[in-house]
Design a protein around this ligand. Structure first.
Ligand SMILES: *[C@@H]1O[C@H](CO)[C@@H](O)[C@H](O)[C@H]1NC(C)=O
Length: 649
């Protein structure tokens, strides 16, 4: 049964129709509305997928596959009548959440101090035992949710000596090369009294244990059990079958933490120094940029323009007489190529399509980060970030279409039909086919991370019914709008381009230009990677916002500088160059993801590595398109400005 899909709080078709009201509805923050319980009320415990994680013994993540909680090999107890899927947002499904109901009976304020069985004894066949033992070796974690809060394990940060909650707890533990299964859970639920007999859940810790020989003693509705022995841990035999009884105890503890601050313990800053490092890093890059751009560009350019315009005047004054200063009057530098800079580039169609898609991605990222900074996307609203991202992408199709057709028009393009069709389809088709292929791999492994077919259909539907029409509309508007002529006329015959040398060649220029934008974001990149692959919560959106701003400024400034030197070297093919060199930070990003793999991850299977590589490549490519677009538009404005200020007869 596929998970029930939900966008925010509404079913999909409705949401598509009244999305504006949904976005407005985001103000009330569905995940944050508190639930009050009275003593004895049932507090539902839902279960999410099992995922690979780090452990104290092993700081590397060893797999990328997550498994459904009710995967048959685990033999976890199902609730009576079978487990039900809890409705989830689109983003949360794509990012792997599979939330289902569970048979655990938690009553507000009622301690269960002895052991209580979850269900009858289960039997592990050798095949299943092997599977589960392997998952214990790979540090798989269980993920439970109580009242929207993840069940956590308590850790002590050695850097700051503070305690924090890390979501998830271990399936088992390896002691002396022997995997022990955790078959008993001690749940410590913190609750806060708001009014008399009105309680709210504000924290959950789970201390799992491995107790051999636990036995259910009750019958029927009575789930009492005899706790097993701590000295005889539960080990799954791989030769014969093993009987296991799942048990739990519950302890309710009053807490002074209020509902509003209950997430604080989860959002732990691993190393506060890193923030200062990030800020200083940004400041240094910024100063460097300002210095470079102001000295090189503004001063030189001003001088250039003044000189060019004065020389023109001189030449007009005494064009007949012999001028002693003939050598000086010769034009030089970027002015020489004025008759060619607005010549349309090769493959104008491809560039326009890329720039259009880049503009769409750029706006999507910007808006998402802005929403997150304002606090709309709290971690308690699972998957909200991804959901908002997908919705924004869908609805920003018009921006993509408009940008691509304006650029294409300025290139005096003629293949309009192709542009209209390729803009909304080329890049999404590529992304979707890669996604689909990788999904097949995940699915073949029996992992729950595979996105269900219905969700795929929904995404396809949203793209086809919303993005494509909007993009075509945007393209059409751009096509209809009149284009002001370029500031200087383009000559009939193209100029010879002298061979470029040194850093002005394509590849060296990409290496040079790419590094600064990458420098602006690489500190944040570490946290983003950790949240993607090592399942840590990401929440430092303020820093991300700053980094994004810095990224834009850096990409623009460095690319402009590069294009200035290029034009001075009489190479007028700036369009592709601006796009490629500004996008080159993607190359560094990919290299960084390889480094991250080497440091933090170690996959035991070929498919794990393949998945990681493919996703990194895909993300880097999207990044290339996005940051390339920033550089392209910056240079576009720059070139129009400088040639617009020339007086050319
Ligand atoms: C439940 O257990 C906790 C932790 O041991 C204890 O602090 C609390 O007083 C107990 N509550 C009741 C009602 O016994």
């Amino acid at each position: 049964m596929p998970p029930v899909l939900r966008l925010g709080s509404l079913p999909i078709p409705l949401t598509c129709l009244i999305l504006s009201s949904h976005l407005a509805g985001a103000f009330y923050l569905p995940g944050i509305t508190p639930t009050n319980y009275q003593t004895g009320d049932l507090v539902p415990l839902t279960v999410n997928h099992l995922n690979p994680s780090q452990s104290a013994r092993d700081t590397q993540v060893r797999s990328v596959f997550s498994f459904d909680y009710y995967h048959h090999a685990f033999h976890f107890c199902q609730p009576e009548g079978g487990a039900q899927h809890v409705s989830e947002s689109l983003g949360s499904i794509i990012f792997g959440d599979r939330i289902q109901t569970s048979p655990f009976q938690l009553q507000m304020g009622v301690n269960v101090t002895g052991c209580r069985a979850v269900c009858d004894e289960v039997e592990f066949e050798p095949r299943d035992a092997k599977f589960v033992n392997r998952r214990i070796w790979q540090n798989y974690n269980l993920n439970w949710l109580i009242d929207g809060l993840p069940a956590a394990q308590k850790y002590l940060d050695p850097n700051t000596n503070t305690e924090f909650y890390q979501p998830g707890f271990a399936l088992g533990k390896v002691v002396e090369e022997q995997p022990r299964l955790h078959n008993h859970y001690n749940l410590f639920v913190d609750y806060h009294e708001v009014r008399k007999d009105q309680y709210r859940v504000v924290g959950i810790l789970v201390e799992p244990e491995s107790l051999g020989q636990s036995k259910r003693t009750g019958e029927g509705d009575d789930f009492t059990a005899e706790c097993g022995n701590r000295d005889a841990p539960m080990v799954l035999e791989e030769k014969t079958s093993t009987h296991v009884t799942w048990t739990y105890s519950v302890y309710w503890r009053t807490s002074t933490t209020s509902f509003a601050t209950r997430w604080d313990k989860y959002l732990h800053v691993y190393d506060p120094k890193i923030h200062w490092f990030s800020l200083i890093n940004s400041a240094v890059i910024f100063m460097f940029l300002i210095g470079m751009v102001s000295t090189v560009l503004i001063r030189t350019l001003r001088k250039d323009i003044k000189r060019y315009n004065r020389l023109d005047q001189l030449r007009l004054d005494d064009f007949s007489g012999d001028n002693m200063e003939d050598g000086v009057v010769e034009d030089s530098g970027w002015k020489l190529v004025h008759g060619d800079v607005f010549r349309s580039p090769k493959h104008a169609l491809a560039l326009s399509v890329l720039v259009g898609n880049g503009a769409q991605l750029f706006m999507m990222t910007g808006f998402t980060i802005a929403f997150a900074v304002v606090g709309f996307l709290s971690p308690s609203n699972r998957g909200s970030l991804a959901t908002v991202m997908i919705l924004l992408y869908t609805f920003l199709g018009s921006i993509g279409g408009y940008a691509s057709s304006r650029v294409y028009k300025s290139f005096s393009g003629t293949k309009w039909k192709q542009l209209f069709i390729l803009t909304p389809s080329a890049l999404p088709a590529l992304v979707f086919s890669v996604f689909f292929l990788l999904n097949l791999f995940i699915w073949a492994r029996g992992s729950s991370g595979a996105v269900p077919f219905t969700t795929m259909l929904v995404i396809l539907g949203m793209w086809f019914l919303i993005t494509v029409p909007l993009s075509i509309l945007g393209s059409w508007l751009g096509f209809k709008q009149s284009q002001p002529p370029p500031p200087v006329r383009t000559n009939q015959i193209p100029r010879q381009i002298p061979p470029s040398s040194g850093y002005l060649r394509l590849v060296p220029s990409m290496f040079l230009v790419g590094i600064l934008p990458f420098g602006a974001i690489f500190v944040e990149l570490y946290f983003i990677m950790s949240s993607l692959w090592s399942n840590r919560l990401y929440y430092m959106f303020g820093f991300l916002f700053l980094s994004y701003g810095l990224l834009i400024v850096t990409s623009a400034a460095v690319t402009i500088l590069m294009i200035y030197f290029l034009l001075c070297a009489e190479n007028y093919r700036w369009q592709w160059r601006a796009f490629a060199s500004s996008g080159a930070s993607a190359g560094y990003m990919f290299a960084y993801s390889l480094l991250y793999w080497a440091r933090m991850l170690s996959f035991s299977s070929f498919t794990g590595g393949l998945l990681y590589l493919s996703y990194s490549l895909l993300l880097s490519f999207l990044w290339f398109v996005m940051s390339g677009t920033i550089g392209f538009f910056a240079c576009w404005v720059f070139v129009h400005r400088i040639y617009g200020s020339l007086k050319i007869d």
